[in-house]
Design a protein around this ligand. Structure first.
Ligand code: ADP
Ligand code: MG
Length: 452
């Protein structure tokens, strides 16, 4: 918005709020010439205008400016000859509009969720890049930015990183809310004040959601249960969007799959850019473990095998990866172990993995998927046959059974034709070692995991 369009909008609005006589007398021939941070200058034709506007109209003028820009300006009325033009680039100044919301608390942001703390890998590279582009250029690049993906993949972190970045680098006003908070605020509109109306609450609501430059709304899928709130959100969206305010939305699925949302909302979500965050690959998981270890105030050393093990265990999301790391570190502290070894990691995570990853694969399913992948029968996997075309897939299935379920070695042995537990351990070690040296195999294992 440049100064001219702000003034035009102001004239439009004031026209509706005062009589046409007043409008023609007091406003038509005035002009807005400066608007910077909290200061506005309006040039008026006569000294009478100066006095009268300052005394009788100041409140409504301020109010309308606030509605348009979200800022409370100190307004000065000057005659043409009293105004000394400053050489400023007005458009640039307008960029800085807005009462600073430059504390994370006010914007409802967690200050730890920054771009610096967000580790980038193949699965989230595109999402991170678009998020940063939006942070550097709010309202201009991709609007709305719609980030979607499964739980625990970093959506909230990334959105809040945008908010924190904008707060640190501009005076723009940022608000982060979950869709639950939005619903609660909306339900608050049913409250009545002592005069029996709810005008105060409506004002509060509008002030909170419309006098901002950036709205970040998390987990939009939950609006699906609240049709009336959807309607209000629709209006909020339109108001902000029309004013070129940045909107950032997250969801567990793409707009097209949000069947409980109204079509007109889904359509709008498709206007900007949709980005998908994928589950982290092995490399990223390990990178995250290493970085988080080094950021923790924690001197214990973790062996590469332990890192490998944790990374393999928690493949579906980053939240469970963090949980596993915390658990292993706590375990090593409790038992005064300075070196976190593979054994310690296994011990610490025993019995937790299936819950923390919500990844429930039983051995039968693994056998079925592996047998299909290699085109051998499940019976063969369980048989004593030793030809490599069968023995190798069998070892992979055993390895995956150990890694993706919390079954014991003996139990796995039983499921694979009554093998001894030492055979199971041997298969697991062999595949784990081969994965390290053979990227082709690592890829195959990833593929099979995806199928599972
Ligand atoms: P979502 O909102 O998708 O459910 P979150 O943003 O809450 O996921 O992420 C879960 C946890 O994982 C958070 O503690 C977050 O900091 C962390 N996390 C997610 N992605 C990354 C990443 N790329 N780098 C570092 N930490 C991450
Ligand atoms: Mg989240």
């Amino acid at each position: 918005m440049n100064i001219e369009s702000i003034w035009n909008r102001f004239l439009n609005d004031i026209k509706k709020r005062v009589s046409s006589l007043s409008y023609n007398t007091w406003f038509k021939d005035s002009n807005l010439v400066l608007l910077n941070e909290e200061h506005a200058i309006i040039i008026v034709p006569t000294i009478a205008h100066k006095k009268h506007l300052a005394e009788s109209y100041i409140d409504i003028i301020k109010e309308i400016f606030n509605e348009i820009t979200g800022t409370n300006f100190n307004i000065e009325f000057l005659l043409e000859n009293e105004y000394i033009k400053e050489d400023i680039n007005k458009d640039e100044k307008i960029e800085e509009l807005g009462v600073p919301y430059n504390s994370p608390e006010k914007a409802n942001l967690n200050p730890d969720y920054t771009f610096e703390n967000f580790i980038v890998g193949e699965s989230n590279r595109f999402a991170q890049a678009t998020a940063l582009a939006v942070a550097e250029n709010p309202g201009k690049m991709y609007n709305p930015l719609f980030i979607y993906g499964n739980s625990g993949l970093g959506k909230t972190h990334l959105m809040q990183a945008i908010g924190n970045y904008i707060i640190q680098n501009s005076n723009k006003r940022v608000l982060y809310v979950t869709s639950d908070q939005f619903i609660n605020d909306f339900l608050g509109l049913n409250k009545k004040n002592k005069d029996g109306n709810n005008f105060d609450y409506i004002d509060l609501f509008k002030d909170k959601y419309r006098n901002i430059d950036v709205l970040i709304i998390d987990d939009i899928q939950f609006l699906g249960n609240a049709p009336k709130t959807q309607n209000e959100f629709f209006h909020t969206f339109n108001t902000l969007y029309d004013d070129k305010k940045q909107i950032i939305i997250s969801s567990d699925s793409s707009p097209d799959d949000l069947k409980h949302l109204e079509d007109r909302l889904r359509t709008r979500f498709n206007w900007g850019l949709k980005v998908n965050i994928f589950p982290p690959d092995n490399l990223l998981r390990k990178e995250i473990l290493r970085k988080k270890m080094s950021n923790m105030d924690f001197s214990n050393h973790m062996s590469e095998e332990a890192i490998d093990y944790i990374a393999n265990m928690c493949h579906s999301d980053i939240r469970s990866l963090e949980g596993a790391l915390t658990r292993v570190c706590a375990y090593s502290t409790i038992f005064f172990e300075e070196e976190i070894t593979l054994d310690l990691a296994i011990e610490a995570l025993k019995g937790t993995i299936t819950q923390s990853t919500s990844f429930k694969n039983d051995i039968q399913k693994i056998q079925k998927v592996v047998s299909e992948y290699y085109n051998v029968s499940v019976e063969d996997l369980k048989s004593k046959k030793r030809v490599s075309t069968i023995a190798f897939p069998r070892q992979i299935a055993i390895y995956l059974s150990r890694n993706l379920t919390d079954e014991s070695f003996p139990r796995i042995g039983m499921e694979f034709g009554g093998r001894d537990h030492s055979t199971v351990i041997h298969s697991c070690d062999k595949i784990a070692n081969e994965i390290k040296n053979n990227s082709q195999l690592a890829k195959i294992i990833e593929e099979i995991k995806q199928k599972l």
